[in-house]
Design a protein around this ligand. Structure first.
Ligand code: NAD
Length: 438
């Protein structure tokens, strides 16, 4: 199968590489010449574990190519995936910005040769795939094509594993031929049976938003329970375990923290609310989820302030982790981007470390000091805030940290450490939703 991918970001690059790994012939296309030049010369523009060697292997085998030119890949392709970004619109009204999707559709339209399936992999509002079909048909009335929706569920940081062993593959199309071609692309995934969800275009488009909104709901739910735990003296870890062992609830996504971030949950919950509003349907739970998330970040600022004795003015805060989660350098809507400016606004100085995201973070937060190690960040600080649970922060030399800090205040927004142990070491320690032992 010959595949062209429009958009070589987290999703396009991982999907393209994995399709090549299955044995398909793949060309990843992007308008970003720097990104494509880097990939052509063997360097990978994003941090994603396991991706670099897989790209190198498939590029060497001649199955994976990178280009800024649409031809000849688009004309030769049996299937074209659109995997461009769909950020929140700049108007700030929550709508997904579909400029890049329609631009990609307009670009491929005149180049289609023979029967082609055009697949939306980007997360897009219900109705977008049909609009893409209209854009292509208007630009090229001769084109022989069908559209499909194939939303992507991979997680950054675990993207290869998620793509190669997905819980399900959702394929939305009205056309049997298109469906067969997509099934054929994914068939190498499973030897016995691939868990396909074969459905209509509109349903497939909505599945992605519903799934992300539900996961965001679990996070906001446990964050509210954590806040309640802090007031009643309960331990949210035990609450989450006690809930999660119930098979109807499940243990995943019941970990409290500073609020969700990243390139998907914030924008997708907001986009779902706009879709619902446009159709006159109330989605009050999702509405509350977004509000709770914003409040959680504000609560973290207050938590840090209180631990510093009521004011962050003139204080130095060491921050461990800046990315929205471990194993990625993605800073999009990371909680650190809200929490740290709020602290700096009131006179705090930030010394931060992140294993991978410092270069990206510096573009958004140029005023903070970036340090070469977590220990360097802690040197002379009035408190340390663990913001992202990278593996290298899970077994810190705590005795050394305590010696480096001016005052032994440890705010653990990911509940990596045990309150009792931290108290024994002489820290003033606060997690999220766990008993405080000063
Ligand atoms: P990204 O910003 O990392 O990559 C998008 C790429 O598309 C960029 O490199 C950009 O230069 C390129 N592009 C824009 N217009 C183009 C055009 N006309 N032709 C060719 N390339 C073009 O975005 P991403 O994180 O990969 O997300 C892509 C889509 O997948 C979004 O809709 C997102 O919501 C969805 N998604 C993302 C994730 C994730 O974890 N990142 C997971 C599932 C779904």
């Amino acid at each position: 199968m010959k595949i062209a991918i429009m958009g070589t970001g987290y999703v396009g690059l991982v999907s393209g590489t994995c399709f090549a790994e299955f044995g398909h012939q793949v060309t990843c296309i992007d308008v970003d010449t720097e990104k494509i030049r880097a990939l052509q010369s063997g360097s990978v523009p994003i941090y994603e574990p396991g991706l670099q060697p897989m790209i190198a292997k498939n590029a060497e085998a001649g199955r994976l190519a990178f280009s800024t030119a649409l031809e000849p890949a688009v004309g030769e392709a049996d299937v074209i995936f659109i995997a461009v970004g769909t950020p929140a619109s700049r108007r700030g009204d929550g709508y997904a910005d579909l400029t890049y999707v329609f631009e990609a559709a307009r670009q491929i339209a005149p180049l289609l040769r023979g029967y082609t399936v055009v697949v939306n992999k980007s997360t897009v509002p219900v109705g977008t795939a049909r609009q893409v079909a209209r854009v292509i048909a208007e630009a090229n009335p001769e084109a022989d094509f069908d559209v499909a929706s194939n939303p992507e569920f991979l997680r950054e940081g675990a993207a290869i594993g998620d793509f190669m062993r997905p819980d399900r593959v959702v394929i939305g199309t009205d056309n049997a031929r298109a469906e067969e071609m997509l099934k054929a692309i994914y068939r190498p995934l499973y030897l016995i049976e691939t868990p396909f969800v074969l459905t209509t275009i509109e349903t497939a488009e909505l599945i992605k938003y519903a799934a992300n909104a539900f996961l965001a709901t679990k996070i906001s739910f446990i964050n509210e329970m954590a806040n309640l735990c802090e007031e009643v003296g309960a331990d949210v870890h035990a609450v989450a375990k006690g809930m999660g062992l119930d098979g109807r609830i499940g243990p995943k996504f019941l970990h409290p923290g500073p609020g969700y971030g990243g390139s998907c949950f914030p924008k997708d919950t907001r986009a779902l609310l706009r879709i619902a509003q446009e159709h006159g349907v109330a989605c009050r739970i999702v509405e509350a989820v977004t509000e709770v998330n914003a409040a959680q970040k504000a609560r973290m600022v207050r938590k840090i302030r209180n631990a510093l004795g009521g004011s962050e003015a003139g204080k130095v805060i060491a921050v461990l982790g800046l990315a929205f989660k471990p194993e990625t350098d993605d800073m999009r809507e990371a909680p650190s981007l809200t929490i740290l400016p709020a602290l700096m606004e009131h006179g705090a100085t930030i010394r931060a470390h992140d294993p991978q995201a410092m270069k990206e973070a510096a573009r958004h937060l140029p005023e903070i000091t970036y340090c070469s190690s977590p220990y360097e960040a802690c040197r002379g600080a009035d408190a340390v805030v663990l913001m992202t649970e990278w593996n290298e922060y899970r077994a810190l030399d705590l005795v050394r940290i305590k010696e480096l800090l001016r005052t032994p205040v440890f705010i653990d927004l990911r509940n990596v450490y045990e309150p009792k142990h931290m108290a024994e070491l002489g820290f003033y320690y606060e997690g999220v939703g766990r008993p405080i032992r000063p």
